[in-house]
Design a protein around this ligand. Sequence first.
Ligand code: CA
Ligand code: CA
Length: 398
Amino acid sequence: MPACSHYPALRGFALPMAALLAACSPAATSASNAGGAAIDTTGAHPSVALASAPFTVTEVASFNQPWAMTFLPGTSFSLITEKGGRLLLWEDGADTPLAVTGVPQVAAGGQGGLGDVIALGKPNANGDQPIALSWAEAGEGNFGAVVATATINPDTGPALQNLKIIWRQSPKVSGRGHFGHRLAIAPDGQHLFITSGERQKFDPAQDMSGNLGKVIRIRLDGSVPDDNPFADKQGVTAQIWSLGHRNPLGITFDAAGTLWTHEMGPAHGDELNKVERAANYGYPIVSNGDHYDGRDIPDHPTRPEFRAPDLWWNPAISPAGLAYHGGTGYAGWGPSLLMGGLSGEALIRIAIKDGKAHKAERWDMGARVREVETREDGSIWVLTDGPDGKLLKLTPKP
Ligand SMILES: [Ca+2]
Ligand SMILES: [Ca+2]
């Protein structure tokens, strides 16, 4: 194994030595230099050591397989999901998070369980905070993701109220992979975007009779907006905003109102995509990665009718978690996206300039990164993966 700064990203993949050497070559390194916003030409994105990062990392809490988190606006509270089915209310500085009651039964196993949680706007006058959450459920002998709205009032206790299921993956299928089920609320506060993974079944991403392998847009009561691109179609087709997605584990709006999502490629070819109305992102027909067994999937340039990724990664980073950061506290950052890497064990900054995404820094976090959140004060919050997952607070170095 050659000495290579992004060896962690290669773990678990049997790459030919030539590919390893190419990935570790000085040419690949210089193509996406840290600190700049270089145009990516190789797919590579080498890590730099955490010690050279512009932030200090403080461990603030531990969780069992944490998956997602959200801050409750105007409060010192956040909500954290654990994949096994617990929802936790954590107050800044608290030693122990509180288990939230009223959480539905989830089908925990494989990649499924309790999934995302997001705040939906501000609390009402009584302090009831609307939220949305997602999970995997069993049914008809199969599995599928579910999204619900609910309220929680941290002043009166850690309890979910008014839980209402507003969306389901359709059809339910076998297996426990690629649920996706990440959530983002539109800047108008009225529309919910859901990433729906293709459940490791490939072709559903192109099948317009189901909602797998899609980005979904619905209202907060679960109804379909009249201006959805396929609103005139019957059934779940009307929910579809974009298609040809694989397993998107991050979605967020930036301050300009642009919607971004990333998705795990198959063997490599992880993508960052600007989500455009009615666009087809090409999976499983095209991917800059290939099948795990080595069979080729034609690369994006061979089929220009499909929307190509804005950025892509070879070797894989296994992206998870995506948050917007306006640059507060960090000289020279400007508008940015921050994303985690599971196999990449990385925190990645993507600079947004003139509406375009550019690979900027990639820091070696030494652990699988499952979730990234940001706060208006510029602080960055990272959840690492696994049974002893950590909540890390990242603050600018003075
Ligand atoms: Ca989050
Ligand atoms: Ca390919």
